[in-house]
Design a protein around this ligand. Structure first.
Ligand code: HEM
Length: 481
């Protein structure tokens, strides 16, 4: 009996091996690490810093298309090649994703990035995009102002000593996005926010443990582990965090309907026709997608600026030439659009430190790219960081001037994609750009930044790009003559 079972297994694996080899034979045309190197990578314990270094090194070593394949499993192509970007990311058809990222749904909710029912995704994306980018109704700037003042006060209490930008900005990013989307200022609700932030941190730890274990990826096996209880508890905490506010806000709106022309995000969502459950799901996702990303971008920008006093001076001069020196006057949306040098600094930060360095797509049907045809169901991982390294001169240097109009024409088409490209790109990019530029220019107006000698950030691609040894800098009050 055992022998029959054993023979059956061997036959199944042999069949599967040849089936996969034949189906994906086109992928064998590309270079990549050997199965042994990959097995070592998958099985040996490693930090998220090492994992990130390994994956980033692949495009540098093997070029813009890298095969990642341990037979008989399915291969993945790691790409940062313009042809793939043009034919897949920009295509209206290939909008599906299937990646380990999807496991995050338990915590972040079934909002846009997690949705695999494409018709429903298209419908809801249209609604959310309309609501999120409705600058007439949503008063982004006054929320930016309120929280920028609080950030300035927090910095003022920690002048002339090392401050970790990540710690400082993570909470700030959450406060802003929560206020923008849910109309509630949570900056004084330490207990509640700490519970949510701890749940988020713990959930991500379990997530990384899970995706690094070939067994725990399986739902049935994972449900038998202790971590499953932690996973569920954190997810419930996340849902409760958003839902408690949403319920109160809706109740208040019923009691005293808004008589102004100006509506907020929740008014617009309720009017959009989305059900309560879908609004909750989308809000849970938007809070996560819109907080750590912006905090990471702002943190890395300030970290680089600390090393470059001449760039700080340029942003400051640009700010006062547009907004003036009166500290009670703040930049408006139109002012932010005029801040062309702050724009270059933000762009260069997102080139060197893209908050999401990798994104995925799964081919919905076979696709012709150049002279090759890839079968449907092929998994692609687009390396945003790979494209940002391979297509720019001196790629590891922080040089915002590359985005000045006279230089930007040299950037190859579709090579710069921190917000992704095509129909499934970042829906919050307009808000994100405005927020990062508002913050960095406001901070330059009030402070100068100074580096900590020899600090070198240990970059890790956790869910959002992070520095494992923090981003320490020293703030000093700017002396205005
Ligand atoms: C600097 C800040 C940000 C960066 C670099 C960024 C980057 C990205 C990237 C690379 C994607 C993946 C797209 C893909 O798979 O092709 C994405 C998706 C998304 N982002 Fe952002 N993002 C940022 C801020 C925001 C903000 C502020 C919000 C909302 C408030 C937001 C909401 C979303 C949503 C909902 C999606 C999923 C879109 C979909 O699947 O249709 N993001 N973002």
């Amino acid at each position: 009996m055992l022998l029959i079972l054993f023979m059956g297994l061997i036959s199944f694996f042999t069949f599967y091996y040849f089936y996969q080899t034949n189906k994906y034979k086109i992928i064998d045309d590309y270079p990549g690490p050997t199965p042994l190197e990959l097995l070592k990578f998958v099985l040996l314990p490693k930090s998220t810093v090492d994992s990130y270094k390994f994956v980033v090194s692949l495009n540098k070593k093997y070029g813009p298309v890298v095969k990642i394949w341990i037979r008989p499993f399915k291969p993945t192509l790691l790409v940062s090649d313009e042809k793939f970007i043009k034919h897949i990311l920009l295509s209206k058809e290939h909008v599906n994703k299937r990646s380990l990222f999807q496991l995050l749904e338990a915590f972040v909710g079934s909002g846009l990035p997690m949705m695999s029912d494409i018709n429903l995704w298209r419908q809801e994306r249209k609604m959310i995009s309309h609501v999120l980018n409705n600058q007439f109704n949503i008063d982004y700037i006054s929320t930016f102002k309120t929280h920028a003042i609080k950030l300035r006060d927090a910095i003022n209490k920690n002048l002339n000593q090392p401050v970790d930008l990540q710690m400082l900005l993570l909470r700030h990013g959450l406060n802003i996005v929560y206020d923008l989307l849910l109309n509630e200022d949570i900056s004084n609700q330490d207990d509640r926010v700490n519970r949510y932030s701890t749940a988020l941190k713990t959930f991500f730890e379990v997530y990384f443990d899970r995706i690094n274990s070939p067994l725990k990826i399986n739902d049935i096996i994972f449900k038998l582990t202790n971590n499953y209880k932690i996973w569920t508890k954190c997810s419930e905490e996340a849902k409760e965090f958003i839902e408690s506010t949403l319920k109160t806000v809706i109740e208040l709106k019923k009691k005293s309907p808004n008589k102004n022309d100006r509506k907020d995000f929740i008014d617009l969502l309720l009017e959009s026709g989305l059900s309560y459950d879908r609004i909750l799901a989308q809000l849970r996702t938007l809070v996560v997608a819109g907080s750590d990303t912006v905090s990471a971008a702002t943190g890395f920008a300030l970290y680089e600026l600390a090393k470059h006093p001449e760039l700080q001076e340029r942003i400051y001069q640009e700010y006062i030439s547009i907004v003036g020196v009166d500290e009670n006057v703040f930049a408006e949306f139109s002012d932010i659009q005029q801040m062309s040098f702050a724009d270059c600094v933000m762009k260069e930060t997102l080139r060197l430190y893209p908050p999401f360095p990798f994104i995925s797509r799964t081919l919905i049907k076979s696709a012709e790219i150049g002279d090759k045809v890839f079968p449907g169901d092929t998994d692609l991982v687009f390396s945003i960081i790979g494209s940002h390294y391979l297509n720019f001169e001196e790629p590891t240097k922080f040089k915002p001037e590359r985005f000045l109009p006279e230089n930007a024409t040299k950037i190859p088409a579709n090579a710069y994609l921190p917000f992704s490209l095509g129909p499934r790109d970042c829906i919050g990019k307009i808000v994100a750009i405005a927020e990062v530029k508002f913050l960095i220019s406001y901070i330059m107006r009030h402070f100068t930044l100074h580096p900590i000698n020899d600090h070198k950030a240990d970059i890790a691609g956790e869910v959002v790009l992070t520095s494992k040894n923090g981003l320490p800098v020293i703030f000093k009050k700017r002396i205005i003559e």
